[in-house]
Design a protein around this ligand. Sequence first.
Ligand SMILES: NC(=O)c1ccc[n+]([C@@H]2O[C@H](COP(=O)([O-])OP(=O)(O)OC[C@H]3O[C@@H](n4cnc5c(N)ncnc54)[C@H](OP(=O)(O)O)[C@@H]3O)[C@@H](O)[C@H]2O)c1
Length: 263
Amino acid sequence: MAVRPITGKTVVVTGGSKGIGLSLVKGFLARDNTVITTSRKVSDAAALQQLRQQYGPARLQLADLDASRAASIAQWAAGVKAAGVKHVDVLVNNAGVYGRRPALEDFTEEDFLLAFHTNTLGPFFVVQQLIKQGLLGVPPPAAPSEPGAPPPPAPAPVSLVANISSIVGSNTDPTVSAVSKGGFAYRASKAALNVISTTLARDLAPSGVEVVALHPGYVRTELSGGNGWIDADESAAGLIGVLEGGGPLNGRFLSYTGEEIPW
Ligand SMILES: NC(=O)c1ccc[n+]([C@@H]2O[C@H](COP(=O)([O-])OP(=O)(O)OC[C@H]3O[C@@H](n4cnc5c(N)ncnc54)[C@H](OP(=O)(O)O)[C@@H]3O)[C@@H](O)[C@H]2O)c1
């Protein structure tokens, strides 16, 4: 049941051109949200162009964003503000890459840098730049005026950040991550994203931002080479269900089914 329905909100989804991101965009649009989404080249993102025709430019805003470049993220966030957006209620950091699948002896520095720039630094700088533009959360409450007075209560969360991680970034999950091998760069980039998520969760709680790491399932997309157990629409429906589920989300690592994943 949607305890905290996401409807009538402003939602940002990075990497909405295909796969899970595209299904998330469709899911949020179907719930009457205004959606801001990105691709490295939105003019080539046929599915997004079609959706914009269907919903109109006010409901679906498209902009180029290269999540692996901090300068591109800063430029994009400034553009979101300049377009008149006042507040982001939900941010889904979805853009990600797997990269090559080399044997251990063939891994290069570039394999790690690509994964880390896109999957780890990207989500961090998207959050940082939206905060710098004043679009995420609220200012912290004023300090109590009376010496010795109790601190004012933390404000209710007003922005929700979902970082799309992966169960293979878990170090202790007894199922998938304990049995699968290789994928050093991707796995390390998602484990690092998990640390960034829990740290942001603590740092941003006083300013009304909740941060959760989500595993979308093993999903048949380009990133997975078309392999997987579920399709992107099922994944997106599950992820949105978790975000709407109403339980406390801050600092947790949850699967698209709502199950807790160990770090
Ligand atoms: N599929 C799975 O089984 C699975 C499992 C666990 C986690 N995940 C995670 O789920 C997320 C979505 O993956 P997916 O399977 O839907 O992959 P996908 O179909 O390959 O889509 C990836 C999306 O990320 C965007 N993207 C890639 N590099 C980018 C960059 N440098 N800057 C900006 N956008 C970039 C792509 O947009 P453009 O190419 O248009 O720029 C595309 O929209 C990723 O974070 C992935 O790690 C997937």
